[in-house]
Write a protein that binds this ligand. Structure first.
Ligand SMILES: C[S@@+](CC[C@H](N)C(=O)[O-])C[C@H]1O[C@@H](n2cnc3c(N)ncnc32)[C@H](O)[C@@H]1O
Length: 354
């Protein structure tokens, strides 16, 4: 699974337990990202709807959520990946843009990405395996990239993993059913559902996923965009339609309140951390406005690695200090009091308030 800011890797068992305790048959993961949480809901027996605006998130959701791992032919996927791995190198957009003009990958891997991505488009566009092959390529590229986990910059010296050869692996598909939707949560939320459990994990500050993961976006879009800056970001990163209201300080609280109000779910589960623009008290008030009981669980969480190694200028010089290396993750539950109590009962976290 790729490196992703805000990924709920450590919270996945807790969220899965909450979903199961709530007896959920229909679950929503409204800001699905890597789909880690959606996958766990699926493993716990729910039909999951996974939503995100990112193209790469849609590929992951089509692979891990919409596809029934019990029905998919793993041998066929393995044969397709072997075919792709045997294609001759191509010195194309990725090699030029992300290996020479910037340094996200070493050129030997850039040529593999160009060759494989081109072959996926040319030979597998109409195949049911299309998103699976894209997912395999993104995950392979992530294993040999030269970043700290975001694509606004690359590290000064090649990362040790970037010397390795890109290797395609068969994604571990999840048995069960689900739906992948690429859309804006604010526009679509009222029409999705009903759900037994809805999980919300929106961005809470200025860090844009579109720019932080622009390389994944371009590999999936495969549109060879005009780019700008040392990180060679897609030029459409400047366009309004690629911006999320959740990254705008003034507009975000109202957008969050709207999504919380409009989601049709018995149990609402909201992730939140203390680096957010809204306070936990405001978030609880938004949830309480649904007429629900609200309970807050608290977890200590190690911050993502980019924060731990400090802040560096493009010349590699250290320019800032890390203010803190741990943050607090909250899980807010809202719904009928008995349901909230049941869903929270197994958690090993400290309930902050009932
Ligand atoms: C904190 S991350 C979610 C991480 C996810 N829970 C995981 O474990 O990988 C927030 C996600 O919201 C998505 N996003 C941002 N604005 C959005 C919007 N308006 N509608 C839907 N998704 C959005 C981003 O692309 C990003 O994947």
């Amino acid at each position: 699974m790729i490196k992703y800011i805000g990924s709920k890797r450590r919270l996945v068992p807790v969220l899965g337990e909450i979903c199961e305790r709530a007896g959920a048959r229909r679950a929503l993961d409204l800001f699905t990202g890597t789909t880690r949480v959606a996958q766990e809901f699926k493993r716990r027996g729910a039909h999951v709807t996974a939503v995100d605006t990112a193209r790469y998130a849609e590929a992951f959701a089509q692979t891990y959520v919409a596809l029934d791992g019990a029905a998919a032919d793993a041998q066929q996927i393995g044969a397709a990946l072997a075919d792709l791995a045997a294609r001759p190198d191509v010195d194309g957009y990725v090699t030029e843009t992300f290996c020479r003009q910037s340094r996200f990958f070493q050129p030997h891997n850039g040529r593999r990405i160009d060759a494989i991505r081109e072959a996926i488009e040319h030979d597998y566009r109409e195949s049911w395996m299309y998103p699976v092959l894209l997912t395999s390529l993104l995950e392979a590229a992530d294993r040999v990239d030269s970043t700290t986990g975001v694509q606004m910059a690359y590290v000064k010296q090649w990362a040790p993993r970037s010397f390795q050869a890109l290797e395609l692996r068969v994604p571990e598909l999840v048995p069960g059913t689900g739906t992948a939707v690429r859309t804006d949560a604010c526009e679509a939320v009222h029409a999705l559902g009903p759900f037994d459990v809805a999980y919300l994990d929106p961005p809470y500050n200025q860090h844009r996923y579109f720019t932080n993961y622009h390389v994944w976006e371009t590999i999936v879009a495969w549109d060879a965009p005009v780019h700008y800056g040392i990180a060679c970001k897609r030029v459409d990163a400047r366009d309004a339609h690629t911006k999320s209201v959740f990254n705008e300080r003034r507009a975000m609280p109202a957008a969050l309140a709207q999504v919380i109000r409009d989601v049709d779910a018995e149990l609402l589960v909201v992730s939140y951390n203390n680096e957010s623009w809204v306070t936990i008290e405001d978030l609880c008030a938004m949830c309480a406005a649904r007429g629900s009981a609200v309970r807050v669980l608290e977890y200590d969480s190690r911050r993502y690695v980019g924060a731990l190694i400090g802040i560096h200028a493009p010349n590699g010089k250290r320019v800032g200090r890390v203010s803190h290396t741990r943050n607090v993750e909250y899980v807010v539950l809202a719904g009928e009091p008995k349901l909230v109590a049941r869903a929270a009962s197994s958690s090993d976290a400290q309930p902050l308030r009932a």
